[in-house]
Design a protein around this ligand. Sequence first.
Ligand code: FAD
Length: 307
Amino acid sequence: MAKQYDVIVIGAGPAGMTAALYASRAELSVLMLDRGIYGGQMNNTAEIENYPGFKSVLGPDLSKKMYDGSTQFGAEYGYGTVTGIDIDGDKRIVRTEDGDYEAPSVIIGSGSEYKKLGVPGEQEYSGKGVSYCAVCDGAFFKGEDVVVVGGGDSAIEEATYLSNIVKHVTVIHRRDQLRAQKILQKRAFDKDNIDFVWNTNVTEIKGDNQKVTGVEVKNNKTGETSSIKASGVFIYVGILPMTDAFKNLGITDESGWIDTDDEMKTKIPGIFAIGDVRKKHLRQITTAVGDGGTAGQGVFNYVEGLK
Ligand code: FAD
């Protein structure tokens, strides 16, 4: 028989951990499931400067602090890759690769993942110079030349981070201006060792069969092609919701983001969604935590209402 809880939280990122904290403090039995280490994307972030209470905090340190807080009232943390949710009356059955769990309510906080560029060489050289995480891999490129692809917050934040480690950063962006917040743009523009290549697409990642040696690029205004030498290629071209396992529920929009109301309720009673996986404007730790608190309290009301 499936193990039973009052609420199952899918994902132990900042959203999921906060939901688990609120629900367990309200004396619900809570299982928080994650297919990796707690902390979610915070583990891929070096310095966080916009989380209240800290002038600056390392992502893995904030993850540990949140984890300790989220489990202090008895919420369990379990390893598991969730493959789907089935509805059986008031029961919500959470399927994982290792077994099923049952609860009247489920909170989905499964976050998002990096979009791939989809060019030749990307997959072949992934982990051999192609990276989606400067914090994880930047140190491997000390004193070398790297390329950052993208123009949003993550791209520019990580380009600035890399510029303190590597010799030179070339930011390649398909538009003629950045989308990143102005403060992040200013920091990047102020760096002597960051250059920008505008209106340009990466068409191929080149290597010597062992590791990356550079990228082929094409100017999308002039059609001109050229090569840029680099031993690292850091790709930040957007994010995708982690919702494949929930598509059958009909709670996602055409791009896969989950629709909720402002109480984090989806259209299925007892199923809530929080954090980056939601259709929302600002995907940050603060907003993930806010969603988690709202849903953690909301499930208490929902579960009480079933009694
Ligand atoms: P996530 O943190 O993505 O956590 C989701 C969790 O769900 C993951 O642990 C994942 O393993 C798990 N999961 C997914 N699918 C399944 C499944 N099927 N089964 C089980 N588990 C599953 N925000 C800031 O506020 N400040 C910053 O400075 C900042 N810098 C950033 C830098 C980078 C490089 C990146 C990538 C993000 C940054 N962010 C920053 C954004 C912030 O990290 C996210 O907004 C936040 O982590 C979202 O939290 P979440 O809990 O919704 O999702």
